[in-house]
Write a protein that binds this ligand. Sequence first.
Ligand code: ADP
Length: 470
Amino acid sequence: MSSGPRNRLAATVSARLTFWYSLISIASLALAFAVAYLVIASDLSRRIDQDMADEAREFSTVLASQGLQGLKAYIKLESESANPPEEIYQVFDSQGRLVASSDPGAWPGRPPLSPADLKRALAGSPVFSTISLPGPLKKARLLCAAIGPGLVLRIGQSLDDTERLLSELRRVFGAVTAIGLVLAALAGWFMARRALSGVAALTRTAAEIGRQDLESRVPVSGSGDEIDELARTFNAMLDRIQGLVAGMKEMTDSVAHDLRGPVARIRLAAEMALEGGTGGQKPAGMAAAVVEECDQLLALINTTLAISEAEAGLTRLETVRLDLAGLAQEAAELFRPVAEDKGIELRVEASSPAEVAGDRRKLQRAVANLLDNAIKYTPRGGSVSVGVVLEAGRVVLNVRDSGPGIPEADLLRIFDRFYRGDQSRSQPGHGLGLSLTRAFVSLHQGRISVASAPGQGSTFTVSLPRHSAA
Ligand code: ADP
């Protein structure tokens, strides 16, 4: 058998599990990084704004204490501390004219102060903005704030360091996400394969069964997970199938065995007739023997079919209201001559009326089978009694005998088709009587049971629902 479909199934399910696992892992990782990135970026920009606002306050203190000259000296001092300049400082008057500035050559291409910003700053609200520059300083943050009467300070802070830090962060997060994706895919694949290994074992066992016999079982790990449960269910199903197959084989063997004798005898008679001889028998006697063999064969086949039909629930019942006590008495009378022939005492203790709703012929046959067995298996001089009593809404019929009893090992099997006890083989029969009786009793929503022990006799009990109108 090809292992293609198995691998394909595992590959498909594993691949799907791996895909979803990787996707979810990587989406979670990317989300965590995105949140971290946004928090860091906004914190950095908040700190820069805070620093610039603090500086503006310092400028305003210097102006108040040292005047414009002192402020210019302070600007020079501040702008010399960094080279190349990271910050520029410009002071404008209320008309927007530049009155002081740090290195004017720094930051080429910076925008002129807009009248709107000047107006807002003079009105007391600081104005923050971000600009892009054409030169080596690519991005900058600007603050315009009033630092004294009619004077506005513009601070420009290069954002290059921040941008570098953020781009480094993006690179690291990107690399970690890529590595995470590979690891998540590997972990997902490993986990999917592990989870599906039980399914693979199941598939292997199923394939083995297809190839060989029903003996194989899937290993159960005992972990109690879903795969374990599946393995248990699968094994239980195999047990049932094995039981059914064994039962069918046994039945086929029994049928073949029971058919072989009569068919061989019929064939022998036909052969003799062909050769012109009758083996000392009269032709009419031989024909009668063949007819009898055929009748027995037909009876065997019909009984087997009747049991199958009844067990499948296909038998049509002609239900009437009938008295089981009367039916038991009639059956006993029918068997009385046989019992007397064998010197068996046959007693009936049935109190009428014991009404049930049932098919007369089928119930007659069920009771007759029990009586037939009781008389057949009870040795000469023994006794058989039939009793019918009413018990809590049910009619209970007992057939008790003083026969050899039934060994415990047989008790579970005597209702199986074709099963015959070892000690019973000297008696005629095919092992179908009790199966048919049980099937007919079940059709009437009844129950049948047996109580017996070797040397103690046997009691078969049939319990049927009492007729509802009774
Ligand atoms: P059969 O009588 O044709 O063998 P049954 O289905 O009627 O088939 O019974 C099955 C087996 O149950 C018998 O072979 C016999 O071993 C056992 N059995 C049934 N009834 C009795 C009984 N009254 N006493 C002892 N054994 C019995």
